[in-house]
Design a protein around this ligand. Structure first.
Ligand code: ADP
Ligand code: MG
Length: 360
């Protein structure tokens, strides 16, 4: 199991819809998961993440649509014939069984010989760094150890596809951070195509090759962490990932303007949409001594200044009344603005991001 998994399979989801009465849990979803990729479904509670995972696993049959693993259509294939491992939102371990009993369970179901089960269980436990814990009972383990048992059980038959539904949500922050790195390493080591579900944007940014942002059963954007953060396709994605300020902008010909002032833009494409907004991340806008040629400048009044150790957070009011947030690094003995003080804010043209604000 220490070799990269050369049998990893791509997943192709096409036009999958699943309704529960009037609710569209999945609304015409199409996704391509590349072979060996770590793809995360990120979205708020109730957005359809678990439903999509259950469709991939075969526990939920969609109303319509197609699902392929490699070249094979599997939409009618029952779960146990899909060759995938899964961890569920609750650990779903058997509390009174031993660790070995739990991890070996999928192999026992598949009626594998005892010796093979023992060997594979030992290997899976080593992989999640629980070697020597086989005899323990689940109720004698910590939360992080139980989570690792669930992962060991999901990988024990070396599936070509691994599905994980919010595996870390029950853990405290420190353990969660540590397990994020461990799961990422495990993926690098095993190389199986992985679909991971979380509602935590930072977790998604940390772990994923690509992220699909889900809302109301639809894919809002599928992109690398960096592209999602820096080039969100719409207001929902921009809001859901990171903090930002949004300013309404108007277009006349090729010129965009905020509050009557033309904007200096970078080289990025401006969406063709009836309603546009300038998205400003707090770490991209900076304090300036005064207006300067190369920058978009905004006159503002500091309304709140918060010292946060390594950085400070400044809230300011622009002269049209909109509020803007700025995060700056604390360096040396630089003075912070005071509340009520007039300040000049600068935004470099390459840091201007104009988003389609007409879509949801
Ligand atoms: P998430 O995992 O993103 O929190 P889910 O996929 O569990 O979201 O749910 C998506 C939507 O489908 C929600 O509105 C939820 O209430 C609904 N839903 C999910 N499963 C069922 C079910 N078995 N019966 C009725 N409604 C369901
Ligand atoms: Mg869920």
């Amino acid at each position: 199991m220490n070799q990269p998994n050369t049998d990893a399979l791509p997943i192709t989801v096409r036009n999958v819809t699943k309704t529960y009465g009037p609710v569209y849990a999945l609304d015409d979803v199409s996704i391509d998961v590349e072979s060996g990729e770590f793809l995360t479904l990120l979205g708020p509670s109730g957005s359809g993440k678990t439903t999509l995972l259950m469709v991939l696993a075969g526990f939920t049959r969609p109303d319509c649509g197609s699902l392929k693993f490699g070249d094979t259509e599997v939409i009618r294939t029952p779960p146990h014939l899909r060759d995938l491992g899964m961890t569920f939102q609750s650990y779903a371990l058997f509390p009174h069984m031993t660790v070995e009993g739990n991890v070996g369970y999928p192999l026992k179901l598949r009626k594998r010989p005892k010796a093979e089960i023992a060997e594979r269980v030992a290997r899976a436990l080593d992989t999640v760094q629980l070697g020597g814990f086989g005899e323990r009972r689940i109720d004698q383990l910590s939360g992080g150890q139980r989570q690792r048992v669930a992962v060991a059980r999901a990988i024990v038959f070396e599936p070509r596809i691994l599905l994980m539904d919010e595996p870390l949500s029950a853990l405290d922050k420190k353990l969660r951070d540590q397990m994020q790195i461990e799961l990422r390493h495990l993926h690098e080591q095993l190389g199986m195509t992985t679909v991971y579900v979380t509602h935590d944007q930072r977790e998604a940014l940390t772990m994923s090759d690509r992220i699909a942002v889900v809302n109301h059963g639809r894919i809002m954007q599928l992109a690398t962490p960096r592209d999602l953060y820096e080039r969100p396709a719409n207001r929902f994605v921009a809001d859901f990932i990171g903090e930002s300020t949004f300013l309404d902008v108007t277009r006349s010909g090729d010129t965009l303007a905020w509050n009557g002032v033309p904007l200096k833009l970078g080289h990025h494409a401006v969406p063709d949409a009836p309603k546009l907004q300038l998205m400003i991340r707090p770490e991209r806008i900076v304090l300036r001594d005064g207006p300067s040629e190369g920058f978009n400048t905004f006159d503002a009044t500091a309304t709140d200044v918060v010292y946060q150790g390594d950085s400070y957070l400044l809230h300011a009011r622009l002269n049209d009344g909109s509020q803007i947030a700025l995060r700056g690094a604390m360096r040396g003995t630089a003075a912070l603005p005071e509340e009520g003080q007039a300040v000049t804010l600068g935004l470099a043209p390459e840091d201007t991001v104009v988003i389609d604000a007409s879509a949801e």
